[in-house]
Design a protein around this ligand. Structure first.
Ligand code: ADP
Ligand code: ADP
Length: 227
């Protein structure tokens, strides 16, 4: 059975519909790109899948569990233990060092500081960030910061990594480096990936693309072009 199944999701903000019947199935190990014009509902869909937002109607199932009807505390636990997140503008804590940022999800999960930092450290070599672990994250370049954000999203070994325009703030070469690292690292540890992008070059890294238009989804199966 599918790892994620969303059926007929509807979301309105102040009476204005953002999702009007969006459905999506994601198999374990898939890299799925949610594409579509600005304002079409991509982020809203991602937020519903990731347990950040509760839809007004429809159902979200993850690993056989219905998650949209869980209370806020259970959704919070699910997000922490099962999901990882990467956003467009890294959203690192600028006063913390890069390694403290990567360790944050582990600390929030109850890991002790020394153990969390020890688990964070190997990600620096893996993502080409050697020597930057003690740097304040406010002093990193855009591409470095986004790789640190990627490490933070993957450090818990999440079942699903949700990425919302992970390359949106980067130039195209840096963006492709981040996508290469994202896809390789996720596959290596068996994390399924759901990403939102409006860039075809980024979507080309996915096994499958889902198009959102005016709050409705239509799947488009494509060959994987990137590597
Ligand atoms: P996309 O990610 O495709 O750009 P979004 O999902 O961010 O689209 O937004 C879909 C629509 O819902 C847009 O019209 C947007 O302005 C609106 N919207 C999204 N989030 C909110 C919110 N928290 N409050 C009010 N309107 C929102
Ligand atoms: P993205 O680039 O990922 O689509 P947005 O710029 O659409 O992100 O939205 C960033 C944040 O602001 C999201 O949490 C979204 O829910 C919220 N948001 C988007 N549109 C509106 C809106 N019209 N009113 C209030 N909040 C919004």
């Amino acid at each position: 059975t599918a790892l994620i199944e969303a059926r007929d999701l509807e979301v309105s903000f102040g009476g204005t519909p953002a999702l009007r019947g969006a459905s999506l199935t994601v198999e374990t190990g898939d890299v799925v790109a949610i594409m579509g014009p600005s304002g079409s509902g991509k982020s809203t869909l991602l937020h519903c899948l990731g347990g950040i937002l509760v839809p007004d109607a429809g159902e979200v199932w993850v690993d056989g569990q219905r998650i949209d009807s869980l209370d806020e505390q259970r959704r919070s636990t699910l997000r922490r233990d099962t999901f990882g997140f990467v956003f467009q503008f890294g959203q690192l804590v600028p006063e913390l060092t890069a390694e403290e940022n990567v360790a944050l999800p582990l600390l929030l999960g109850g890991r002790r500081r020394a153990a969390a930092l020890a688990e964070a450290r190997p990600w620096f070599a893996r993502l080409g960030l050697d020597g930057l672990h003690r740097r304040r994250s406010g002093e990193l370049s855009g591409g470095e910061a986004q790789r640190v954000a990627l490490a933070r999203g993957l450090v818990t070994g999440p079942r699903v990594l949700f990425a919302d325009e992970p390359t949106g703030a980067l130039d195209s070469l840096t963006g492709e480096q981040v996508m290469d690292l994202l896809v390789d690292a996720a596959r290596e540890q068996g994390s399924t990936v759901v990403l939102v992008t409006h860039e075809p070059r980024v979507a080309a890294y996915a096994d499958r693309q889902v198009i959102v238009r005016d709050g409705r989804t239509s799947p488009l199966t494509v060959e994987r072009v990137g590597s």
